[in-house]
Design a protein around this ligand. Structure first.
Ligand SMILES: [Zn+2]
Length: 474
């Protein structure tokens, strides 16, 4: 099971792009030059990697093999079409799908790109989707993040300071409470009009070179407007005006020749219908709200610090839980834990336990976590449901496969419910049981146990022992 707390301040959807203006003609296509940049190429790479680590802890990345592979294929085709003068061998372009419904995408310096599921679902064809990706790719290739920091001319704007601009919220690392605000502000829409124009122009050129019709980038804006409903995505409402952007892209497209452009593809249709069939994805706003509901981050220092489990390696052979138990005691909680399980303090309010071979950057495959969650309601039914929803959103392979069963936890009334689904870490069915009860102050206490289904019998004793031994001192 994966971390699902979306805790710190983040980010990203907000990031996004806006767009453009006036090109200069040269050799049949507009010539673009790199902006002044006092940072090293390696700075882009480093910042992007830090920001990506944060993003992936806080946004629900869709772990779907088919969709991921497809998006990587399209991404690869576009990367290969970047003009040679803008190719930086140090950059590593990666492409991941975020399980969010908003029509959005963003890229971080040095290459990591995130594409919302909603964007793929909304696009009318592969060309439209590729258009947004090409625009984002162009910001990266042109090093707009560090170029913008260069321009800002702020003496404090040293390498760490840049984080505040680039990863923005991503590296800010405050508590979830700020998240909503950051989403609302559109942290990343601060690229200058000039940069947005450049990204549309270079994006058009990359599209053409990769075999797409650049007009599909403009078409995507229209698709978004049509589908946007009341909540127009930020990047459309910002500078430059959509009309100017269409004009720029049209002008560029007229100079670029693409015969028989890629439009609809079988792979696109397959991926799109697969995603549409997945059930409703959370909105960025809901993700932000969840982040507030599951505050995180204080414990990790919040400045791009790694997930404490990140150094772990997953193994096919995980030791059975020791029959020997040790006593965990902290924060008013006491319970037994198998002796051979490591302990990871994920935040001030959450601790994960897992044996060697069962933990890593992507969460745990065997073990348990124990924590407190501030609930927006005093109603334990509602608080439990909210909490379970958070897990399901962060672990999209899981489905709730039992009702909420009334159980006794630490001498008080509580609930247990089972979530299961095929984990791509183990390639086996995972069984996750969520136990919840309420503290006197109304907060939710939870224990979540995790193991592959076919090993569940080996874990029964340990899990039962944990629950039975629990003492809550509140
Ligand atoms: Zn942009």
């Amino acid at each position: 099971m994966k971390r699902f707390d979306l805790g710190k301040s983040l980010t990203a959807s907000a990031l996004v792009w806006t767009m453009l203006m006036m090109p200069l003609l040269a050799f049949g296509q507009t010539r673009i030059s790199m902006s002044k940049n006092k940072y090293k190429i390696q700075d882009d790479v480093k910042l992007g990697q830090q920001a990506a680590a944060e993003v992936e802890q806080q946004m629900p990345i869709l772990n779907d093999y088919e969709a991921s592979r497809y998006i990587q294929d399209v991404g690869r085709r576009l990367v290969n079409a970047i003009p040679s003068q803008f190719q930086h061998p140090e950059f590593r372009y990666t492409f991941k799908v975020v399980n969010a419904r908003d029509i959005n995408a963003f890229a971080l310096p040095g290459g990591p790109m995130y594409i919302n599921r909603g964007m793929i679902e909304a696009a009318r064809n592969e060309g439209e989707m590729a258009g947004v990706m090409a625009h984002e790719l162009s910001h990266v290739a042109l090093r707009h993040g560090t170029a913008q920091a260069t321009k800002m001319n702020n003496p404090l704007n040293q390498i760490l300071g840049i984080g505040a601009v680039l990863g923005g919220a991503v590296l800010g690392g405050q508590q979830g409470a700020q998240l909503g605000q950051i989403f609302a502000q559109g942290y990343f829409t601060r690229f200058s009009r000039e940069y947005e124009t450049q990204a549309d122009i270079l994006g058009s050129q990359i599209m053409a070179q990769a075999g797409y019709d650049p007009r599909d980038l403009a078409n995507m804006f229209k698709t978004i407007e049509r589908q946007g409903g009341s909540g127009t995505p930020e990047f459309l409402s910002s500078h430059p005006s959509p009309a100017n952007r269409y004009a720029t892209i049209e002008r560029e497209a007229a100079m670029l020749r693409v015969s028989n452009p890629i439009g609809r593809t079988a792979q696109f249709e397959r991926t799109q219908s697969q995603l549409r069939g997945m059930g409703r994805a959370p909105s960025m706003q809901e993700i932000a709200q969840n982040a507030q509901r599951y505050p995180q981050g204080q414990g990790r220092g919040g400045n791009g610090q790694q997930n404490p489990m990140a150094n772990g390696r997953y193994s096919n052979r995980v030791q059975y839980p020791s029959q020997q138990m040790r006593i965990f005691n902290g924060g008013g909680i006491q319970l037994n834990v198998p002796n051979n399980w490591q302990q990871f303090q994920q935040s001030q309010t959450e601790i994960w336990f897992a044996p060697d071979g069962a933990y890593g950057a992507q969460g745990i495959t065997h073990g348990a976590l124990v924590g407190l969650s501030q609930s927006r309601t005093n109603n334990i039914d509602q608080a439990t449901q909210d909490y379970v929803e958070g897990i399901l959103q962060g672990n999209n392979y899981l489905r709730q496969t039992s009702n909420y069963e009334r159980v006794n936890i630490g001498g008080r009334q509580g609930y247990a419910t089972v979530l299961s689904g095929r984990s791509n870490l183990t390639n086996r069915n995972e069984m996750t049981t969520v136990y919840t009860t309420q503290l006197r102050n109304g907060n939710l206490f939870y224990i979540v146990t995790v193991s592959p289904e076919n090993e569940a019998s080996n874990y029964n004793y340990a899990f039962r022992n944990m629950i039975r031994s629990l003492r809550i001192n509140d």
